[in-house]
Design a protein around this ligand. Structure first.
Ligand SMILES: [Zn+2]
Ligand SMILES: [Zn+2]
Ligand SMILES: [Zn+2]
Length: 319
């Protein structure tokens, strides 16, 4: 509610009373969570000012006395954002609104309208409070989550790194990894859920741009220092889903990735992952591509796009 209503309401009182009361009521208004209900009270007080009832004019002084009574009663509450305080203040304003309305007789029709307006205001105030409580709760829950957990896609056996500094940009995370963890040229990836149906979570990983604001608390990185081209793959092993970065051969190069020459993805994976057996391979963007066909292809950039996550592997531990 705007201050000018209180100003108008108190407009005809002596300067000191007016100033004190405007000040007092504004202060109270800012502390309570019953804004709409309070606005009804203040508007009515303003309407009543100067009106006549019975033998004479309703004096500003009488209005001020009531307003001060409201203020004093409200001030006895803790005036926090709790539901208990909200309900206590609601009852006080309700009672004081009746005192205010007793200054001038209201018709039955007016009283019915008043009751409806009051009910609506009370409902709206309660909804606003519930939203506020919700926001405060989620803000509190979000605080500990602000810890960033960042995992290596180069070596998935490494413990995840926990970063408690409140960074806002990925560039700060990259700097942190170099400064405190000797990880050079980190490239950060984020995961999104339900991007495909090959695994339960449907995780798909996407590289971030360093100037972007951090939007996730669970991050993955690779160190690009000793890498040329790579792709990210999803490993699903016993329901455990995690990303792994794999160097990929550039199409057209005469250099081989493995000695002896692997010739296809299945042999390549057996060479690079001695403890993991990949039995099925899927391509996110080619749902009709056959697993056997995918595993039988040469592992190079002829069929895979560098720096993307396209492949999902169903794996078992190799005995
Ligand atoms: Zn650290
Ligand atoms: Zn190979
Ligand atoms: Zn195999």
């Amino acid at each position: 509610m705007a201050t000018h209503i209180l100003g108008r309401m108190l407009g005809r009182t002596p300067y000191t009373d007016k100033w004190h009361l405007t000040n007092d009521l504004c202060t109270i208004r800012d502390k309570i969570t019953n804004q709409k209900q309070f606005a009804l009270y203040a508007n009515r007080a303003w309407q009543l000012r100067g009106k006549h009832e019975g033998s004479g004019r309703i004096r500003s002084r009488e209005l001020l006395k009531l307003a001060r009574q409201l203020k004093d009663r409200l001030n006895q509450c803790p005036l926090d954002s709790s539901l208990a305080c909200h309900n206590t203040c609601k009852e006080i304003i309700k009672e004081e609104f009746q005192h205010l309305n007793a200054l001038k007789l209201r018709s039955t029709a007016e009283q019915t309208k008043d009751e409806g307006d009051e009910r609506a205001a009370i409902d709206q105030d309660l909804e606003a409070l519930e939203r506020l409580i919700q926001q405060m709760t989620s803000a509190n829950q979000a605080t500990p989550l602000r810890e960033l957990i960042i995992r290596s896609m180069d070596d998935v056996t490494l413990q995840p790194i926990r970063i408690t500094e409140r960074y806002t940009q990925y560039s700060e995370v990259v700097r942190h990894l170099r400064k405190h963890h000797d990880i050079e040229e980190a490239e950060i990836w984020v995961r999104r859920e339900n991007q495909h149906t090959w695994t339960k979570s449907g995780y798909r990983w996407f590289p971030v741009d360093n100037p972007e604001p951090i939007g996730d608390c669970t991050l993955d990185f690779i160190s690009a220092k000793h890498r040329a081209l790579y792709v990210v793959v999803l490993v699903d092993q016993g329901g455990d889903e995690f990303p792994v970065a794999l160097d990929i051969k550039r199409q057209g190069t005469s250099e081989e990735c493995c000695t002896p020459r692997c010739g296809n993805l299945e042999n390549h994976l057996e060479a690079v992952w001695p403890t993991r057996d990949v039995r099925f391979a899927y391509k996110i963007d080619a749902p009709n591509d056959d697993s056997v066909a995918i595993l039988g292809r040469v592992f190079d950039t002829s069929s895979l796009i560098k720096y993307t996550h396209q492949l999902c592997f169903k794996c078992w531990p190799r005995p």
